[in-house]
Design a protein around this ligand. Structure first.
Ligand code: HEM
Ligand code: HEM
Length: 246
């Protein structure tokens, strides 16, 4: 299916030859394609929703990106139960003791190597997924539900809390990359890390990732085609009133 699988298959077929050529840790597939597609689409949706939050003119885009994020998170929750090894919550979510030990080690400049997420990163991930649900649910209640000032405050508060978590997440990723001398961001693109081959996953599940991309693109086209006309009129009126001709 891909080069890595070929490499991994080669590993099991010719162990002696592989051992002679390669060191113990090498580029091994740990993040499947659905996890990577989920992550970078989530980044795009969050950033896009944030940038379009204040403008009436971009409201449909804001809402569309927000609902896309909700769909992505729903998918990730299911994939966390049935997905590949390092994508499963059961394999990376740890209790408070493990999180504390990891943070203490980090503060002391020590880093233990994890093929998947480390315990503190895992906590941030769970919090980010929860925050994304809170932001999108409050957004729905505001836009398609009862609405009201208080919901506006809840939505904005949830979005701000999520922004703070993203900041912590980025700081954690930077710190773990530095302490562990690892390129964690590159790994979220390539799916590969320098770990023992036994830590790897066998399939990238590209077909599932392709279905995700098709579903998201389909939703965006559908939203585009069903965007209410009054929005255009309102935008045109606002643009005309401010002499904005772009
Ligand atoms: C450009 C900004 C970002 C970068 C560079 C980045 C980088 C990363 C990296 C390197 C990991 C893997 C961490 C590890 O090895 O344990 C990760 C995981 C994750 N990040 Fe981000 N991140 C960014 C923004 C975000 C945002 C905005 C969100 C939330 C919407 C987010 C949510 C997550 C989640 C949920 C995971 C877990 C992935 C999974 O297992 O499915 N990240 N991120
Ligand atoms: C990634 C997810 C989302 C983020 C980060 C986000 C963020 C925000 C923020 C920060 C505001 C406040 C803007 C201001 O200062 O007035 C806002 C407003 C708003 N959001 Fe979201 N939002 C998200 C998803 C959604 C969704 C899914 C919906 C609806 C389905 C939605 C509907 C709205 C509406 C209607 C407002 C305008 C409130 C007002 O009248 O001021 N948002 N959003």
């Amino acid at each position: 299916m891909n080069t890595l699988e070929t490499t991994m298959n080669t590993t099991s077929a010719f162990p002696a030859e592989t051992q002679a050529k390669a060191p113990a840790a090498r580029r091994v597939l740990v993040w499947d394609a659905p996890v990577r597609v989920f992550h970078w689409l989530a980044v795009l949706c969050f950033a896009g929703a944030w940038l379009t939050a204040e403008s009436e003119r971009w409201r449909m885009l804001h809402v569309t990106l927000g609902y896309t994020l909700a769909g992505l998170v729903a998918f990730r929750l299911v994939w966390g139960l049935v997905g590949t090894r390092h994508a499963r919550f059961a394999n990376f979510v740890r209790g408070p003791q493990a999180v504390f030990t990891h943070l203490r080690d980090m503060v002391q400049g020590r880093s233990d190597h994890h093929a998947g997420h480390n315990p503190a990163g895992a906590l941030a991930i769970v919090a980010l997924l929860g925050a994304a649900l809170a932001v999108t649910f409050s957004g729905w209640a505001l836009f398609d539900g009862p609405g009201g000032d208080w919901l506006e405050n809840v939505h904005e508060g949830a979005a701000n809390a999520m922004l703070a978590l993203v900041g912590l997440h980025l700081a954690g990723v930077a710190m773990a990359s530095w302490l562990g001398r690892e390129k964690l961001v590159a790994a979220m693109f390539s799916g590969r890390k320098d770990v023992a081959p036994a830590e790897g996953i066998r399939s990238a599940w590209r077909s599932v990732a392709a279905l995700m991309v098709i579903a998201v693109a389909g939703f965006w086209v559908w939203q585009w085609q069903h965007a209410p006309a009054p929005l255009d009129t309102a935008a045109a009126t606002t643009a005309a009133a401010y002499g904005d001709d772009d």
